[in-house]
Design a binder for this molecule. Structure first.
Ligand code: FES
Ligand SMILES: [Fe+2]
Length: 421
């Protein structure tokens, strides 16, 4: 349970808020590069940390991001003309470069130097992993880009997609680090009745009350969930929570599959981008039947609104009660819609003053404490270490069998950091 004040502290990310200030110390994966497919293409709207922005790809290929409101008289620059390394407002023709500097002011006398005095809010961008990253913090604190492994492998070894989730980003993280929900939300009716044949599902169903161990690390948290699956043998699922909002899903022992994980990038207090990245350290994704660029996660609501899935709150995520009786635990098809849907049902910003946390929620408690502590530290002038050490984000997940009594941190640590290069 949190106090109302702590809940606000944890969740609000607008300019000037403590959590928003902490988030602004980190580069954020905000746009899939292909959404700005070529130089001088159409600009896109971007909302991030409660700020309305516009992004465009310059003639030289670089990406500019600035406030989506013209400093002249507020027209939306989304309607702007993207021409010759700058974005030109269509109302009176003022033009801005990557740094938000006004570089042309054709409705003022040629001798006027007014344009030199006009500078809009603009943010640095970089591209890595097929994603445009944006940094919205103070320039003097700007770190180098983080190095999650999916950004380091060749393009054919990863797939990255994102869509909008209609709830606060912290709720998303809580679902991502909550290993006990997997035995329910994503399970089948058969696994609960003992008729399941899939070995992974049998293992997940065999112990529905995993024991949680959580260790704080330099990248965030290492979260171990232990399930007793055989006499004196445990199945450990170890999820890294890496700052400020990423996870990697634990895999199945001895199965060579791509890694997959999520980030919950705050759009504003009540919405976030769910970015999903899958990658294999050495093999193309096509080996696993996944084509780069293919969006396997959902059917879009509309052709022109590809960031919102068709299965949504308005249609109860297309729950099928027959299916729920006989096949899947939820009656909702698609694992990522199961997560999204159930997290949205908690409300846009869940009221944590009325929750009841149990031992299965240990990781959630520690994640909240960590984020709030880092925000308080920053308020006191102490910078977040992980923001300036992007190499720490090169983490994988771990799923392994171990003898009873083994130290999960000792076993998991080398596996989780094996992608560092
Ligand atoms: S409002 Fe943009 S140039 Fe006038
Ligand atoms: Fe889930």
């Amino acid at each position: 349970m949190l106090t109302a004040a702590d809940n606000e502290y944890l969740c609000r990310v607008g300019p000037g808020t403590p959590m928003g200030t902490l988030m602004r110390r980190f580069w954020m994966p905000a746009i899939i590069s292909s959404e700005l497919p070529e130089p001088d293409c159409a600009p896109v709207r971007v909302r991030l940390l409660n700020e309305d922005l516009v992004a465009w790809r310059n003639t030289d290929g670089s990406v500019g991001v600035m406030q989506n409101s013209c400093p002249h008289r507020g027209a939306s620059l989304f309607f702007g003309r993207n021409e010759e390394n700058g974005l030109r407002c269509v109302y009176h023709g003022w033009k801005f470069d990557n740094e938000g500097q006004c570089v042309d002011m054709p409705n003022e006398p040629a001798e006027s130097n007014f344009k030199h005095k006009i500078k809009a809010a603009a943010y640095p961008t970089e591209e890595a992993g097929g994603v445009v990253w944006i940094y919205m913090g103070p320039l003097e604190a700007k770190p180098t880009l983080p190095r999650p492994e999916w950004t380091l492998v060749p393009a054919n070894q990863r797939v990255v997609t994102h869509y909008i989730q209609e709830n606060n980003f912290v709720q998303g993280i809580e679902g991502g680090i909550d290993s006990s929900h997997v035995s329910f939300l994503h399970s089948t009716v058969a696994s609960h009745r003992g008729g399941e044949t899939d070995s992974y599902r049998v293992m997940m169903a065999s112990d529905k009350a995993p024991e949680f161990r959580v260790a704080e690390t330099d990248f965030g948290l290492m979260i171990g969930a232990r399930r007793r699956v055989e006499e004196k043998r445990d199945y450990w699922r170890v999820t890294p929570f890496s700052l400020p909002f990423y996870t990697v899903i634990p895999g199945t022992p001895n199965v060579d599959r791509p890694f997959s994980g999520h980030g919950w990038v705050p759009i504003d207090d009540e919405n976030c981008w769910l970015i999903t990245y899958s990658w294999h350290p050495s093999r193309p994704m096509s080996d696993f039947g996944v084509n780069p660029g293919h969006n396997a996660h959902y059917v879009p609501k509309q052709e022109n609104d590809k960031h919102r899935p068709r299965q949504s709150r308005e249609n109860d995520y297309e729950i099928d009660r027959e299916d729920q009786k006989n096949k899947t635990y939820t009656g909702i098809t698609n694992g990522s819609i199961q997560d999204r849907g159930i997290q949205e049902t908690m409300g846009a910003i869940y009221n944590r003053t009325v929750e009841h946390l149990g031992s299965a929620d240990t990781a959630i408690i520690m994640m909240r404490r960590l984020l709030m502590r880092l925000a308080r530290d920053l308020q006191a002038g102490r910078e977040p270490y992980a923001a300036t050490h992007g190499e720490l984000l090169t983490v994988r997940s771990a799923g392994f069998l171990a003898d009873e009594g083994a130290s999960f941190v000792e076993l998991a640590d080398p596996i989780i950091r094996a992608g560092a290069r």
